[in-house]
Design a binder for this molecule. Sequence first.
Ligand SMILES: Cc1cc2nc3c(=O)[nH]c(=O)nc-3n(C[C@H](O)[C@H](O)[C@H](O)COP(=O)(O)OP(=O)(O)OC[C@H]3O[C@@H](n4cnc5c(N)ncnc54)[C@H](O)[C@@H]3O)c2cc1C
Length: 307
Amino acid sequence: MQTATLSTLRELFGDRLQENAPLSGYTSARVGGPADALVFVRSADELAATAARLWEMELPFIILGGGTNVLVGDKGMRGVVIVNRARLVRFDTKSERPSVRAESGATLNTIAQRAARLGLSGMEWAATVPGSLGGAVYGNAGAFDGDIAGNLISVEILHRQRGGEVWPVEKMAYSYRSSLLKRERQPALILAATLELGRGETSAIQAKMKRLSARRRSTQPPGASMGSMFKNPPGDFAGRLIEAAGLKGKRIGNAEISPIHANFFINHGKTSAKDVKGLIDLARKTVEAKFDVRLELEIELVGEWDS
Ligand SMILES: Cc1cc2nc3c(=O)[nH]c(=O)nc-3n(C[C@H](O)[C@H](O)[C@H](O)COP(=O)(O)OP(=O)(O)OC[C@H]3O[C@@H](n4cnc5c(N)ncnc54)[C@H](O)[C@@H]3O)c2cc1C
């Protein structure tokens, strides 16, 4: 990034700016080279204002919530990464149909736990899914018996050309782990979202979350990862196919296809993105050769990559 641009960013963002910051610290896989600049935002208004300035400057940027669904290249990211810490959460417990409006940097776990304490159900599935509401709304996160598409009422969007808009859930055109925003890579950010909830007994809601959490712990490996690497192909499971291809436990450097669940790729420490990508390519190639199935990534590759 040019020195003049960096000076402008310093003036604009002050102590909210970090320069040449390793993205490994902002991703659950703990992998990734430096971003030219990181800007932290702590409210939806700050997020909107920051994005508007960057668009005005025509500086490329991406937004990260929990960084739990991205693999950042070893060369990092040219331009700016907005780190979303806009976390205001407000429940409407009085209406006939209770709901929650949360800023996009709020974690799913916080929303689910707070809802439970208020005797509000419907987010139990989300308590064990890492990451932010924004990431979940963007990628239609889901687990067990729920997904964001099933809870969402509306999304507050900031669109580069059209400004602020409120989209009803239908406009997100959700499909399995995808949305219109994700498919079309629209120049738009999720500022906040409103989710529909139900009513229940706090103890029963918390017991369900505990059960789901135990189920996850018994089937999914611990360690730094991005969760499921590939989407499940129709009628099958990516993990089953990778295991049947004989790749469970396969390692490149410190990256490993988990021996516990073959759709989880684990960073055993100081792993390069290149090694994780090596495993991704190997899994795809082997599964396609053996079963004629082309695995589609669930995670996103972000930043600079050698082609
Ligand atoms: C151990 C583990 C288990 C997991 N289990 C599940 C699971 O059961 N189900 C599931 O669905 N996922 C699962 N995941 C994946 C991940 O938790 C979800 O995809 C999550 O919703 C990503 O949220 P995030 O904030 O981390 O997104 P990030 O990784 O930060 O970002 C992902 C994408 O969303 C975009 N984005 C983020 N915030 C915004 C915003 N405000 N506006 C516009 N775009 C935005 C980013 O630019 C990026 O393109 C798991 C991950 C891990 C590490």
